[in-house]
Design a protein around this ligand. Structure first.
Ligand code: SF4
Length: 513
């Protein structure tokens, strides 16, 4: 019997069919879609601070809620550039719904992001953090602090180094000194009443005056051709170069480097160095504190070192949330006398590791008789005793001033004579008598912190820290693929991390819902 082919059936496809009652965009969005959270939360924010950034007059503007919604939703869906958001507003029903079928172009989106949000985004962000508290997602009692370096939108090869400026100035100083010595050898009398103000002061005006004096003195004298050439070069270039160096030093401030394409960006070593060549790149240090993987606060820094960022970050938290967390958990990058003292003064319980915390717990470390920590201290005569029974006496203090201006006092002790000691090879590698440096204040804090960190609570915080704060950076850099800033300048970069943080928290609310 012949087998008959089954009938092929297609679903109805009539693209040109007109609906009598077309569905609204709202109907087409799933009830639990994250875009609904973005819409609902931003609808309930107080945007008065943002409205203050509008001057009024001229053409009507797109509503700031609309603009904030599409920007935040862009950051939530890995669409960071204004052109991509402009495109999304015309193509994606989620963006169309948020913008109520308005189509702001990329210039408008960019202007809103870099001008209207300037100085006010943190206020808006803190309202979302307080909403998280209201919903019981966070308590603001504990905070996990960490930082990451993100590459700036700047050319990697247009750098200015503080060290090379000082070297160039030193070179000019040395060469000017040589020119003056030569001029003295040829025309001592003419220069007698014309002594320069001192070669220590290297500024364009004094250099100009000194070169004029040398030229005047050498006029009409038989002068070496090379010296003549050097003098001409110096007259033409040195004052101008020094003016340029002065301006560069002003931009540098306390930093060692900056990029000419984004002068606020500092050259730093990035963790995710795919080329593995250790190349320094222009970037910013982004610090966040989190609780339950929600961002409580963010700050942007131009220093590579995390230690000096803690104070500014905590002050920023206090300003935006009205209080500091009761407990702060952070890694050894933040453990310093300055930070421990600051946290103590602000009633924040520190679970902040210090350098060598883990090594210190090992048997090898604890039983090493040559380590300063294991030497016996005698309070009566303020001295230590070395493993061979010699006294290590106090010889003076060493003061260190941190970048934040904190004064750290280290006490120095030295043995009188290490000559002929049988264990010298192991104990003292220096050619002088053994010298140790002790910071009693830091040691006091370290003993408190050690006890906290090894307690049950401390162990819990230590294992929670990577899951809480490091995971957030993992989500933003890995899942959201955010690895380079789009905007230039400290203020604008801060807006970008604000938008990222806001989007991250809204995604958290959406996932909890
Ligand atoms: S090397 Fe000096 S400090 Fe070390 S054990 Fe010998 S005497 Fe003492």
């Amino acid at each position: 019997m012949q087998k008959c082919n089954p009938k092929i059936v297609f679903k109805d496809y009539s693209p040109n069919q007109i609906l009598l009652l077309p569905p609204t965009l709202e109907e087409m969005i799933k009830p639990d879609h994250p875009v609904r959270v973005v819409n609902q939360v931003i609808d309930n924010l107080d945007i008065d601070p943002l409205i203050k950034n509008y001057q009024g007059g001229g053409c009507s503007s797109y509503h700031p809620r609309l603009m904030l919604k599409i920007l935040v939703y862009g950051y939530l869906t890995n669409q960071y550039s204004s052109r991509k958001i402009e495109q999304a507003v015309t193509q994606s029903i989620h963006f169309m719904w948020l913008s109520a079928m308005s189509y702001p172009d990329h210039n408008t989106i960019n202007r809103f992001r870099s001008e209207r949000l300037k100085g006010v985004l943190k206020e808006v962000f803190s309202q979302v953090v307080l909403l998280l508290v209201e919903q019981g997602i966070i308590t603001l009692k504990e905070a996990y602090l960490d930082g990451t370096k993100i590459e700036a939108n700047a050319n990697r090869y247009t750098f200015v180094w503080g060290r090379s400026i000082s070297k160039s100035k030193e070179r000019i100083k040395k060469q000017l000194d040589e020119l003056w010595t030569y001029a003295e050898s040829v025309a001592r009398e003419e220069l007698e009443n014309n002594e320069p103000e001192g070669f220590d002061k290297i500024d364009p005006e004094s250099i100009e005056r000194t070169i004029i004096s040398i030229n005047k003195a050498l006029k009409g004298k038989p002068v070496d051709k090379k010296v003549k050439q050097k003098l001409n070069y110096a007259k033409k270039n040195w004052p101008e170069n020094l003016r340029k160096y002065e301006q560069q030093e002003r931009i540098l401030g306390n930093r060692n480097s900056y990029s000419k394409t984004d002068p606020d960006a500092t050259f730093m070593r990035m963790k995710d160095d795919h080329m593995l060549n250790g190349q320094l790149k222009p970037g910013y240090n982004w610090q966040i504190s989190t609780e339950n993987q929600c961002i409580l606060g963010y700050t942007i820094h131009q220093t590579t070192n995390d230690t000096t960022t803690l104070k500014t970050h905590m002050e920023s938290l206090k300003e935006s949330l009205g209080k500091m967390p009761d407990t702060l958990v952070a890694d050894a990058g933040y453990g310093s006398e300055e930070n421990y003292e600051y946290l103590e003064n602000n009633d924040v319980e520190a679970f902040v590791k210090y350098q060598y915390f883990h090594k210190e717990l090992s048997k090898k470390w604890r039983e090493d008789p040559y380590r300063t920590d294991n030497l016996q201290y005698d309070e009566n005569d303020d001295s230590y005793t070395c493993p061979m029974g010699q006294k290590i006496n106090f010889i003076g203090e060493k003061i260190r001033i941190s970048d934040n201006g904190f004064r750290q006092v280290n006490r120095l002790y030295q043995v009188q004579d290490c000559k002929g000691c049988s264990v010298r090879e192991i104990c003292n590698k220096s050619k002088y008598n053994k010298r140790i440096e002790v910071n009693p204040r830091l040691n006091h804090y370290k003993s408190i912190i050690r006890e906290r960190l090894t307690s049950e609570r401390g162990r819990k915080y230590r294992s929670q820290r990577p899951v809480d704060v490091e995971a957030v950076f993992g989500i933003i850099k890995g899942n959201r693929n955010y690895r380079k800033f789009l905007l230039r300048g400290l203020e604008k970069v801060e807006i970008e991390v604000g938008l990222l943080s806001l989007a991250h928290n809204l995604a958290k609310i959406a996932s909890k819902n």
